[in-house]
Design a protein around this ligand. Structure first.
Ligand code: GLN
Length: 513
């Protein structure tokens, strides 16, 4: 079992194709792992046991029948996956981490979920997140926080802490996340996993509950760069249900990850995204990655994107503005919770007010208020309008930077995982976790985070982020694969091998006897 849960998705796919193992065995091994450790980690909000096993059994049956049935199986058929609970699924609840959607079942599947089903990847369940994907620690979930598998007293990042923790704790080889300002990459950095935010539009957003539509992007969470590429090829591509989805085919990513070559490539350090404000160990691991890339034949140059200094400010106007509008639909009339006013007249406005007061948590309310204010007449130009102008300047900075370098590089997050509760009452400190990830969302460019090493005295991981021009996601995989293999050579294997053993349900039961 340990061997199965520790295998990468690519290795599992090879073992399944060679009939060394069945899809039911692979899926059961992960369900067993979830049963053993998720009481401590709390990566999952819902576990989809029966359906996952049924899909796995179908894969095994198709393989046993042989012929066209077996040949038509997707490479990842039978490789299980976890899905962030912001993404809608038929047959399982979708909560977005919010009381307002508790018990709600979607009548349709997100496009990415349809694609997972078409590839016959068993869906293990839905993972925890900050409510409506607002946060950097998964502490804003209405259903309790997720714990970092490296240290259960620490945050797993956010908003996709559940997906990252599930993959880091070997509960799933793959997961889906969503990234509006860093929610795939920053959890990747603090849990020692790989996370990719594809180019805006490369993966359909249809069925991802919208936070900020011009920034949101679904993407892969994995333990290896190749696995992320395999998953992005499954979920990517044009979707008529998402008018912002690109017509580009989602190909060449796996080939790029397998090629892994940086000879002659120019890699640009972004001056504004390292140094002051970044933990010393994070910076040291970042510098080692640069050295390794140099040793592999890349030319390292320094580029400046001066307007990135304003990225956080622009993001915290644009994101809440769009969120305030997107979240207007949670009104107690159409989906989920309906709370009634305790006294006074029962008007529709008062029912909506009572529902939203009871259903939304503090962070969501804070952002709705911020966004509504920024969009209000008289303030629109000063706030939202100015932020959009800054966004254009940031896009131009990236254009100029990519004229000097093929790929840009920075630490993914300024620090390693902080303690649960440490920043909960300080929204600004929480927002600062995303300084390095937000610019990619504002510019619509792709970003990949991979582990850079252990970065503090507590032995916690940090991440390094690669950025490429829009539609050049393949470059991230090409460079990421080289860096990953050089780093793993140094570590003597994957970084996650260094993570402490998690307490299991069985060992807890023994202790309490
Ligand atoms: N942490 C950021 C925020 O709170 C990003 C969230 C996200 O990417 N979904 O807005």
């Amino acid at each position: 079992m340990t061997e199965l849960i520790k295998s990468s998705a690519a290795d599992l796919a090879a073992k399944l194709a060679a009939k060394e193992v069945s899809a039911v065995e692979v899926t059961q091994a992960h369900l067993d792992r979830i049963a053993a450790v998720d009481g401590a980690v709390h990566a999952f909000l819902h576990i989809n046991t029966d359906e996952a096993l049924a899909v796995a059994a179908e894969v095994d049956a198709a393989r046993a029948r042989g012929g066209a049935d077996a040949e038509n199986l997707h490479e990842l058929a039978g490789v299980p996956i976890a899905v962030k609970d912001l993404i809608v699924t038929i047959g399982q609840p979708t909560t977005a981490g919010s009381k307002i959607l508790e018990g709600w079942h979607s009548p349709y599947d997100a496009t990415v979920v349809k694609k997972l089903r078409a590839a016959r990847m068993p869906i293990l369940g839905k993972t925890n997140l900050d409510e409506f994907a607002m946060g950097s620690s998964t502490e804003h979930s209405a259903f309790g926080p997720t714990h970092n598998p490296w240290d259960l007293d620490r945050i797993p990042g956010g908003s996709g802490g559940g997906s990252a923790a599930a993959v880091a704790a070997f509960e799933a080889p793959l997961a889906l996340g969503t990234d509006t300002g860093g929610s795939i990459r920053q959890p990747g950095a603090v849990t020692g996993t790989v996370g990719v935010k594809p180019t805006y539009g490369a993966v359909s957003r249809y069925g991802a509950i919208a936070m900020a539509s011009s920034l949101d992007q679904i993407g892969p969470v994995s333990r290896t760069v190749l696995d992320a590429a395999l998953l992005q090829e499954v979920i990517g591509g044009h979707d008529p249900f998402d008018s912002t989805s690109l017509t580009d085919p989602s190909t060449g990513l796996v080939a790029a990850a397998r090629l892994g070559n940086v000879k002659g490539m120019k890699i640009g350090i972004i001056s504004e995204l390292h140094g002051e404000g970044y933990q010393a160990g994070v910076e040291a691991r970042f510098n080692e990655s640069l050295e390794l890339l140099r040793s592999a034949g890349a030319e390292i140059v320094e580029v400046s994107c001066p307007n990135l200094t304003y990225a956080l400010g622009a993001y915290y106007l644009i994101m809440p503005s769009e969120a305030s509008s997107n979240l207007a639909k949670f009104d107690g009339v159409r989906f989920g919770l309906r709370a009634l006013p305790t006294d006074g007249p029962m008007t529709i406005e008062r029912v909506m007010g009572a529902t939203r007061a009871a259903g939304f948590g503090d962070e969501v309310k804070r952002r709705i208020i911020l966004g509504t204010y920024a969009l209000s007449a008289g303030y629109y130009d000063a706030y939202y309008g100015s932020a959009q102008k800054v966004r254009t300047l940031i896009q131009r900075d990236f254009d100029a930077a990519f004229a000097q370098a093929d790929v840009l590089i920075s630490p993914t997050a300024p620090t390693t995982a902080f303690k649960l509760g440490e920043k909960l009452d300080d929204p600004l400190a929480m927002y600062l976790n995303d300084v390095a990830t937000i610019p990619a969302n504002l510019a619509g460019i792709p970003g990949l985070s991979l582990p850079s090493g252990l970065a503090d005295e507590d032995g916690l991981p940090a991440g390094v982020q690669l950025l490429a021009p829009a539609r050049q996601d393949a470059r991230l995989y090409r460079v990421g694969a080289v860096l990953e293999s050089l780093l793993e050579e140094q570590w003597g294997g994957p970084l996650l091998n260094k993570a402490p053993q998690l307490p299991t349900a069985a060992s807890n039961a023994k202790e309490s006897k």
